[in-house]
Design a protein around this ligand. Structure first.
Ligand code: NAD
Length: 474
């Protein structure tokens, strides 16, 4: 086992603190201790970030880019060490941990390069008068990242903020701290000036309540659940601060009558098994045209049943343990509730063994709209398949929940694709595949799924403020 000792990073120091155990969900053993920041640590982090901002915001964009790229090169060199730590703390198979790190690197690289293109514009007006719109770093960012992607989720925030010239206080997940810790270490080893990137852990509610009102903090960036997101966004707005909220989803998937149900079923099983369904854009509600319903159900269930579940360190495992006992409880409750309301269990449905948080890929069909899983985000390996008789019905059902993050559709018809793209109320739609975003494209939600975007040119813009300079020539 190769799990790192963990420290806080504040200014130019690594700090050891008492804290809480980190658990490997594959065997429920303690693998480390996550240090918890004291109030003094938080005050020091604020002071350090103020200093860091002063230096970093005045560093040439090309130099900022070069520093981030040096850190990425170190992360790539250390991929085996980081991937092992992520699998041990979070449960996903090692191959998926490597892919998460490569994705995180891609995001950091793209943001780093885009930081050189944070252009403003010049607006012509009356003769002798010039209006110049500048984009400036927003300032110190308080960022909160979740446990499902221990490295790539904090990488989104670190990339956007650093490439835009901001300093950060990053509170990463206490349950999966090593992904963020090892990434931050690479930045420090790459020569990032002190105070630009500070890493803390602790009691999430205490930390957010203390940091968000601080005048120095100018932006709150959060990825996590809708209730916590609403709480933090309202705290930020009470102090007149903008926030970026990347919250939960309940992604609909429309399978049209002209789609190949076997191809769609195989793709759905693979996508749903990724990170054991603990992904905000995981496909969850399948609305399938009558004509292909039975074949889709069969293909999806067969492929789902064939997924090997086991310890992420075992190369044979295609899906790992759930990350924490809360997810296991929710899966068990949702399956029991759906079945009690008449849903058909096509595969899965029961915890595997009693040591390690393993739950199989589970497909339920004919699930009533009032079932718990149809209303709340499973955030785990449960897929719900229902029959629809028209595309209008499928779109209407897709939009029936308060979520609006990702959506998917399978069709060979350009007309259907256009109708779905126009009508589905989500931030990201993928047609005939399940990749909802890449580094170059904006990712984020509508409705309760949040606001603001990560990735794409929009991602960096969230970390800037616009200033208009109006200049009359003399
Ligand atoms: P939770 O609501 O307890 O916590 C969600 C995240 O917010 C965690 O990372 C937690 O540390 C943090 N958090 C909680 N209270 C906080 C506070 N007051 N201030 C700052 N941070 C706080 O839920 P959970 O059981 O950890 O996760 C399950 C739910 O979270 C899922 O149903 C899913 O909707 C959501 N989630 C979403 C994403 C995403 O990518 N959008 C990622 C992880 C979790």
């Amino acid at each position: 086992m190769n799990y790192p000792n963990l420290y806080l990073r504040i200014g130019d120091t690594w700090r050891a603190r008492d804290g809480k155990p980190v658990i490997n969900p594959a065997n429920e053993t303690v693998i480390g201790t996550v240090p918890h920041a004291t109030r003094v640590d938080l005050d020091d982090a604020l002071a350090a970030a103020e200093q860091g901002l002063r230096v970093w915001s005045r560093t040439a964009p090309a130099e900022r880019t070069a520093t981030i790229l040096r850190a990425v090169a170190l992360i790539r060199e250390r991929i085996e060490e980081i991937a092992t730590a992520i699998t041990l703390e979070q449960g996903k198979p090692l191959t998926q941990s490597r892919l998460e790190i490569l994705r995180g690197c891609d995001i950091l690289e793209w943001d780093a390069q885009e930081g050189r293109r944070l252009y403003g514009r010049i607006i012509p007006a009356a003769p002798g008068m010039r209006h110049t719109v500048l984009r400036q770093p927003i300032g110190v960012v308080a960022a909160f990242s979740p446990w499902n992607f221990p490295m790539s989720s904090p990488a989104r925030k670190v990339g956007g903020a650093l490439a835009s010239g901001c300093a950060l206080i990053l509170k990463a997940s206490e349950e999966t701290p090593a992904g963020a810790y090892l990434m931050v270490k690479a930045f420090i080893d790459a020569g990032l000036p002190p105070g630009v990137l500070n890493l803390i852990f602790g009691e999430p509610a205490e930390i957010s309540q203390y940091l968000i009102p601080q005048p120095l903090v100018r932006l709150v960036a959060f990825t996590g659940s809708i209730p916590v997101g609403k709480h933090l966004a309202s705290m930020a707005s009470a102090h007149m601060k903008p926030s970026l909220m990347e919250l939960g989803g309940h992604a609909p998937v429309i399978i049209c009558a002209d789609a190949d149900p076997e191809v769609a079923g195989a793709a759905a099983a693979l996508s749903k098994s990724r990170n054991a369904g603990q992904v905000c854009v995981s496909p969850t509600r399948f609305y399938v045209a009558d004509a292909v319903y039975d074949r889709f159900c069969q293909s999806f269930a067969e492929r789902a049943a064939a997924i090997t579940v086991g310890d992420g360190m075992d190369p044979a495992s295609q899906m790992g343990a759930l990350a924490n006992p809360r997810r296991l409880e929710v899966m068990e409750t949702m399956v029991a509730d759906a079945r009690a309301r008449g849903a058909r269990l096509l595969t899965g449905g029961q915890r595997i063994g009693n040591l390690g948080l393993f739950f199989p890929l589970t497909v339920l069909a004919d699930v009533p709209d009032d079932a718990l899983a149809m209303r709340e985000e499973p955030f785990g390996p449960i897929a719900l398949v229902n029959r629809v008789s028209s595309l209008d019905e499928a779109i209407e059902k897709s939009n029936a929940l308060p979520f609006g993050l990702a959506g998917y559709a399978f069709t060979q018809s350009a007309t259907n694709a256009d109708r779905i793209s126009d009508g589905m109320e989500v931030g990201n739609i993928s047609i005939n595949h399940f990749v909802s975003s890449i580094a170059e494209t904006p990712m984020g939600g509508v409705k309760d799924s949040g606001f603001g975007r990560e990735g794409g040119i929009e991602g960096l813009q969230g970390y800037t403020v616009v200033k208009n300079v109006s200049h009359q020539m003399l």
